[in-house]
Design a protein around this ligand. Structure first.
Ligand code: NDP
Length: 423
């Protein structure tokens, strides 16, 4: 590997990025350096082998991870990702960001994350079920409604959560819905959970628009990723009068300056497997979405979408990050200097974990809340967190990501200080 390649790999390693972001806070504040050091290390990492009998009778052994980053403020909380690019450093970063995120929106959780290296698009439902159940069994000793509560992430969904809930419940001998969130409604899922992450992305975009003076009516929006987060963000921002002019998935992108129809694009994708080829829109390369001249950009796919390589092309006035880790620290600085208002992932996409918390509360209290009640509570928490972060950003003249870290790391460190070091 050349020196340049080596540097690039370090720059794009999400766990290195997560640690650098914590270091930035350490330099800015007078938090106890010992606590900062602890926060930079995940508390527990479990790697498991997952043998699965495939439909053709052959055996395959998958590798899975559960990383428990920090539980000073409450049980570990975070999704499970199925993707061929899952690796341990990615899971460690995502777990760290979960601890930060739960602290930004001030819910009584820590952070964790899981993943399995697999290509779910090439697996049948029975194969996915067998893999999920065996993975759950392997991690069942460290999860639980008061220990560590998984949820959906890329390529996992309410059905995956139902299998985890059932497998875990078999091991405890009683129905334990609170062990996962993002479940189907019939199984104790919460109304509003499916769209919650995107609702948060859109609430943050709306608040940022008020501050920057961008009008939502007829504003233009570009979205990368058209899964749970990207699609729901598309129709939600349309409801506020904006036009989604471009979107993409792993196969490519589409562009129509007159505005797409979010639900029709979704139908087209369900039929054909991609947003590409949507009638009336122009097919474009997925990577071109980042550079479109739009009012809002919602990166809703994977990490490292906006990097030092393409940040100069960004023309959006507001970025609200649906994905985790879509912008590298180098790109963050350029965006800040360009005067673009960026709402960072740890705030913008925290609506998902916030409604996961509401789901968990409903499960442990055996209650059911209406969708209006859920959305109202989500709105309150997101707006409050947004302005707490924005107040720090203004006071310290830093960008919103650093401000969010200052708030979150401060909250985690305060609790750790009070609890003290065991033994
Ligand atoms: P999904 O699996 O539902 O969707 C992911 C989308 O990203 C898919 O449309 C996929 O394309 C697309 N994608 C993958 N690679 C690329 C690429 N190279 N270029 C463009 N698009 C691509 O996942 P979610 O929507 O749940 O998650 C998306 C992001 O949001 C992740 O970063 C996740 O961690 C984050 N997030 C999710 C939360 C949730 O509640 N679901 C909560 C907080 C954060 P294709 O459809 O072709 O596979």
């Amino acid at each position: 590997m050349s020196g340049e390649e080596d540097k690039q790999n370090i720059t794009l390693n999400p766990f290195e990025i997560a640690k650098r972001q914590i270091d930035i806070v350490a330099k800015m504040t007078n938090l106890n350096p010992d606590l900062i050091e602890i926060i930079k290390h995940p508390k527990r990492i479990l790697e498991v082998s997952i043998p699965v009998r495939m439909d053709d009778g052959k055996l395959r052994v998958f590798t899975g991870y559960r990383v428990q980053h920090n539980d000073a403020r409450g049980p570990f909380k975070g999704g499970i990702r199925y993707h061929f690019q899952v690796d341990l450093d990615e899971v460690k970063a995502l777990a760290t960001w979960m601890s930060i995120k739960t602290a930004v929106v001030d819910i009584p959780y820590g952070g964790g994350k899981g993943g399995i290296i697999c290509n779910p698009k090439e697996m049948s439902q029975p194969e996915l079920e067998r893999m999920t159940r065996r993975f759950t069994w392997e991690i069942s000793g460290i999860i639980g409604p008061f220990r560590d509560i998984p949820a959906p992430d890329v390529n996992t969904n309410p059905q995956t959560m139902a299998w985890i809930m059932d497998t875990y419940s078999m091991s405890t001998g009683r129905a334990t819905p609170g062990v996962v969130t993002g479940k189907p409604i019939a199984l104790g899922g919460s109304l509003g959970r499916n769209e919650a992450t995107s609702r948060g992305v859109v609430i943050c975009a709306r608040e940022a628009a008020k501050i920057t003076g961008v009008k939502l009516k007829d504003a233009t929006v570009a979205i990368t990723g058209y899964g749970n987060v990207g699609y729901n963000a598309a129709w939600l921002i349309e409801e506020l009068g904006a036009k989604v002019v471009a979107c993409s998935d792993s196969k490519g992108g589409i562009y129509d300056p007159n505005g797409l129809d979010a639900r029709k694009v979704r139908k087209h994708k369900s039929k054909t497997g991609s947003v590409k080829g949507y009638a009336g829109a122009k097919d474009i390369a997925g990577k071109d979405i980042i550079g479109l001249d739009v009012d809002f950009l919602f990166p809703c796919a994977l990490e490292n979408e906006i990097t030092s390589e393409n940040v100069d092309q960004v023309k959006a006035r507001i970025i609200s990050e649906g994905a985790n880790g879509p912008t590298t620290p180098e790109a963050d600085e350029v965006i800040f200097k360009k005067g673009i208002f960026l709402v960072p992932d740890i705030l913008a996409n925290a609506g998902g974990v916030t409604v996961s918390y509401f789901e968990w509360l409903q499960n442990i209290r055996r209650e059911y809340w209406t969708e209006e009640a859920v959305n109202e509570k989500l709105e309150y928490r997101m707006v409050k967190a947004f302005h707490e972060v924005h107040d720090i950003a203004k006071k310290e003249t830093v960008h919103m990501r650093t401000a969010a870290y200052v708030l979150a790391v401060g909250r985690i460190a305060t609790v750790m200080e009070l609890r003290g070091l065991y033994p």
